[in-house]
Design a protein around this ligand. Structure first.
Ligand code: SMG
Ligand code: MG
Length: 368
């Protein structure tokens, strides 16, 4: 397959409510949208999950755009004729840049699958037609505000609640949410906010029957997570630390994690994600699909992945209305706590280009 043109847009979408995590508060989402057009005129879409500022991961929107334009696109153009399955190998000499690489691979894969008439879900090996939805709840301004937010999500059907925590906002909110909803599947995400010495404190979460604690320590502290796992009963689940199949293998071997959050952008794409899924199935490790406040473009592809059989826990794959007043695709609507997996060729959705134009702040082209 030959790609004739790459289009990069930066869009800005306000969030329906501020999202506070241990590393900051987001009120809107700046997203880099990639569109590829093949030599035959078939189009493929993807979004790059990097945030505006490198607080969740080292990548950020403007850096990803530069990496693509300066290094990744020229490397692909040099090969000229390739398949989506070749992209990771072609881009391998350029270190890191998982989110930038994932976006390119996904847009190219979308175009390829549209040509071949296969849905991304079928291509990846999905076995489900709908997936259970969880929701990630930011650090609230008060206990009352938290309870109100969690109630509204539970009323709308979410099947799992994830609370963002940080030192000073952890045991009490968990205790209160657990008291009010004793049966709800509940988990927490610290985004690296704790230290190795916080083991005894985090063990105070143990009585509340949490599914997992996500990424309590620094992303590079694999041994620290393994030590922590010996003093907390709640399972540890790594997010930021898992950036490849290799890092997943190592974290499992070191017993630093017993559950894995898979985010395709964080690991370099959907093909690497399937390898991590397969590893976890072999090792009987539950996996679930994380979220990066994606638009409908990224959500569609995440749902395809979350439909694989090893994804046994609900993901952060929430309905469009959880994030945006208007999504860039037909909105994903939850029914009975599930989202349908797109089943038409490629990622199965396309953006509303008029709306996209109205929220685009920059648009650049790269021809091959
Ligand atoms: O997409 O619903 C979503 C957000 C899920 O909490 C979420 N993501 O660490 O897992 C995580 C965070 C990363 C993004 S926070 C801005
Ligand atoms: Mg996380």
């Amino acid at each position: 397959m030959k790609i004739a043109e790459y289009e990069f847009r930066i869009i800005h979408l306000p969030l329906v409510r501020p999202f506070r995590t241990s590393f900051g508060t987001q009120t809107s989402r700046e997203v880099l949208i990639v569109k590829v057009t093949t030599a035959e005129g078939v189009v493929g879409w993807a979004e790059c999950v990097a945030m505006s500022v490198p607080l969740y991961s080292p990548e950020y929107v403007a850096g990803c755009l530069e990496t693509m334009q300066k290094f990744l696109i020229p490397a692909l153009n040099k090969v000229g004729d390739f398949r989506a399955e070749d992209v990771a190998t072609i881009l391998k000499p350029y270190l890191g840049a998982q989110m930038a690489k994932a976006a390119l691979e996904t847009a190219i894969l979308d175009a390829q699958l549209r040509i071949e008439g296969i849905s991304l879900a079928k291509y990846l090996g999905a076995t489900k037609t709908k997936v259970e939805c969880g929701v990630s709840v930011g650090i609230a301004s008060s206990m009352g505000a938290l309870i109100e937010e969690v109630s509204s999500y539970i009323d709308s059907g979410y099947r799992r609640i994830k609370l963002k925590i940080e030192p000073g906002w952890d045991i009490e909110p968990v205790k209160e949410v657990r008291r009010l909803w004793p049966e709800m599947r509940l988990q927490v995400d610290a985004n690296q906010a704790y230290a190795r010495s916080d083991g005894a404190h985090l063990a105070k979460l143990d009585p509340y029957d949490l599914l997992l604690i996500e990424q309590p320590l620094d992303e590079h502290d694999i041994l620290g997570h393994a030590e922590l796992a010996k003093v907390v009963r709640t399972p540890i689940c790594l997010d930021e630390s898992i950036t490849s199949l290799r890092s997943a293998e190592d974290a499992l071997a070191l017993k630093a994690t017993t559950i894995i959050n898979v985010k395709p952008g964080r690991v370099g794409g959907y093909l690497e994600s399937v390898k991590i899924h397969d590893l976890c199935v072999r090792e009987s490790i539950p996996v679930w699909c994380g979220g990066m406040l994606e638009t409908g473009i990224g959500r569609a592809a995440n749902l395809a992945l979350a439909a694989l059989p090893g994804f046994t826990l609900p993901g952060d794959t929430s309905a469009s209305s959880r994030y945006f007043k208007q999504d860039i695709t037909t909105p994903f609507e939850m029914s009975d706590g599930y989202l349908e997996v797109p089943n038409t060729p490629g990622i199965g959705v396309t953006p509303d280009v008029d709306f996209l134009d109205s929220i685009t702040t920059s648009k650049e082209l790269a021809k091959s």
